[in-house]
Design a binder for this molecule. Structure first.
Ligand code: FMN
Length: 169
């Protein structure tokens, strides 16, 4: 598949089969994410990979609404970033997460971005709930999580075209 094929066929997948994703495939996805560009070239991203079902269920409850795919996937990735003095941590996390989504598609794995930053959790913010659940230090920030699983459905590719203005608005 070319990058164009991957970009076109990638869709958010929220329903998964019971099939197991090999650990090695998740590792390969994160090896691609490691090449994401980052502010100041610091490559600051770290990833918590969760396969334990109980933890995944709890993770799915860390956001008050809309985090169901995390609970019912085969795995979840929580990208975390030490944001101390890192003005552009949100952007770094977003770019790396986008690489994860594209890499997952390359390996035929369904994935969905589940947003966390500025979202309500059950006891505090979604970020605070995730930090508590996973033992993440407070100087780390969490933009989102990514649920992963074998695709139960394959939504049709969208037909999208860029809005391009030539030379000026
Ligand atoms: C910044 C951002 C936040 C998102 N948050 C969620 C979310 O919390 N829950 C969810 O199910 N999908 C979430 N998504 C997935 C979008 O709903 C999805 O990408 C969008 O509807 C387009 O569909 P597609 O990914 O199939 O092309 C998010 C995507 C982005 C980029």
């Amino acid at each position: 598949m070319t990058l164009k094929d991957i970009a076109v066929s990638r869709r958010s997948i929220r329903q998964f089969t019971d099939e197991h994703i090999p650990d090695e495939t998740i590792r390969k996805i994160l090896e691609i994410a490691a090449y994401a560009p980052s502010s100041w070239g610091g490559h600051p991203m770290e990833y918590i990979v969760i396969r334990d079902r109980t933890t995944m269920r709890k993770l799915g409850r860390c956001k008050a609404m809309g985090a169901g795919p995390l609970a019912y996937g085969d795995a979840a990735i929580v990208p975390i970033i030490n944001a101390d003095g890192l003005e552009l941590w949100t952007e770094d996390a977003a770019v790396a997460s986008t690489y994860i989504l594209l890499a997952a598609e390359e390996y035929g794995i369904g994935a969905c971005w589940i947003h966390m930053k500025d979202r309500r959790g059950h006891t505090g913010t979604a970020e605070e709930d995730i930090r508590d659940l996973l033992g993440i230090p407070s100087h780390y920030r969490i933009l989102n999580a990514v649920s992963l699983g074998m695709k139960k459905t394959q939504p049709a590719p969208r037909r999208l075209t860029p809005v391009i203005r030539k030379e000026h608005y």
